[in-house]
Ligand binder design. Sequence first.
Ligand code: FES
Length: 261
Amino acid sequence: MALTEQTRAAAAEIIARYPAGRSRSALLPMLHLVQSVEGSVTAEGVDFCAEQLGITHAEVGAVATFYTMYKRRPVGDWLVSVCTNLSCLLRGGEDVYQRLSGTLGVGHDQTTEDGTITLEHAECLAACDYAPVMTVNYEFYDQVTPDSAEEIVDALRRGERPTPTRGGPLCTFGEASFQLAGFADPRPEGVAGPGVGDPSLAGVLIAEAGGWKPEDGVAGAPPLTPLPSTAPPSAPAGATGAADQAPPPASATGATQTKVN
Ligand code: FES
């Protein structure tokens, strides 16, 4: 491990955040610090954490192998994570993953020959409302398609930093790992960018349309909240879709919503 004085100073700063005698609680950010320097949690990195925190190698290893954000093999500058969990799977996440796997010539947890891009399947990335999603160094690209995802990695290979859908502009895996260790992003624009998009607000807008206010509580929920729908794929060409946009009457669908009191 490239243990510079700067790394040791950063480790000391992390440990100082915790009460005396509880330095072992610093293990998670320490592992991110190790990754920021080495690109993965190496054997030397485990030694470093154990030595700095006064715990055993087994204790460090148990944590480092439990969480998927800690990598046991070197990661490129760009960690591309494609969600293939249920919501994204249903919306084409596996197609996105397969396209990128073919384009990059790598499989899960593998890095391109030039060492720049690492691809991985990811479990739910907590952005189901934007499915299917992928992240690059944990920054979101929402509602991707195989084509749009390929454009993003092509841009990365050209040395560009495509703008994420939400959040700040991209930084490298090392830079992101340093931030995850608890050090602020020095870029003013790092905290810029939209934090929320329309899909996250859909429920609020539907509630507002139904006249449901926060002070009404659950008991104040409208008896049948109109849900927007989209035209089915089989809709005949030329159809206006007007009927599809209107919520069907409860009598037509048999739908009911029990009001919770
Ligand atoms: S299933 Fe993909 S973000 Fe939740």
